[in-house]
Design a protein around this ligand. Structure first.
Ligand SMILES: *Cc1c(COP(=O)(O)O)cnc(C)c1O
Length: 222
């Protein structure tokens, strides 16, 4: 099936209020262009260099989302291009984004990535880290960072109860943080190709779908 067909099929299955991020990481410009021609405007990338290269070459009305683990020394590179950073997982990273956004006089939308999966390798704030940071109240001083919601990745398992439990935990964090950060706090980014229907059932407002649109990824050696 062509990219446009797969895209349309997924879009048709999403309830109103759920936004689709087409995860184009590792896929060539042509694949993004095909999805763009089919009407898709929001794309997700995992590597700052790749996001920058695609943003510079492709149409200006594309909204680029950073969804992969972000190192502080790559924040500056992203600043002119990124619309939403999903993968913000430490105070250090929040501070770096604040500093770099201030430097070019813009406000950047971010999500707080919370670790809920059973795998140790998954990134994100632990509940304890997040509570500790909230307790400092330092987040109230952010002027160039707008916290728009929560992002997370469920455990990679066929056990649907575990996956659902992870999504429910993320929804719990979303509900807990919403009154603290105030409007607009409207984005719960959860659900990928294999689990987005379950994520939506648990309250997701934004799904990040890659392989179901673009096919399998081939990773290059780093
Ligand atoms: C790669 C990636 C996705 C998309 O994964 P698929 O299984 O291909 O849909 C979603 N979220 C994050 C954080 C990713 O790194």
């Amino acid at each position: 099936m062509a990219i446009a067909e797969k895209l349309n099929e997924i879009k048709a299955s999403l309830p109103a209020g759920v936004t689709l991020v087409a995860v184009s990481k590792t896929h060539p410009m042509e694949a993004v262009e095909e999805a763009y021609a089919a009407g898709q405007r929001i794309f997700g990338e995992s590597r700052p260099q790749e996001l920058k290269a695609k943003a510079e070459a492709l149409p200006r009305d594309i909204e680029w989302h950073m969804i992969g683990h972000l190192q502080t020394n790559k924040v500056r590179m992203l600043m002119p291009y990124v619309a939403l950073i999903h993968s913000v997982d430490s105070e250090r990273l929040v501070c770096e984004i604040e500093k770099e956004a201030a430097r070019i006089d813009r406000v950047v939308d971010i999500l707080l990535e919370v670790h809920v999966a059973r795998e140790e390798s998954k990134t994100g704030w632990s509940g304890e880290e997040l509570e500790a940071w909230l307790g400092t109240e330092r987040w109230r001083e952010l002027e160039h960072v707008r916290v728009r919601g929560v992002m997370g990745i469920a455990t990679n398992t066929d056990d649907e109860a575990v996956v659902r439990g992870d999504f429910e935990a993320l929804k719990g964090w979303f509900d807990r943080l919403k009154p603290l950060f105030g409007e607009p706090f409207d984005t719960l980014s959860m659900g990928m190709s294999d689990d987005y229907p379950a994520a939506i059932a648990c309250g997701s407002t934004m799904v990040r779908v890659g392989s179901k649109i673009f096919g399998a990824r081939e990773y290059q050696k780093q």
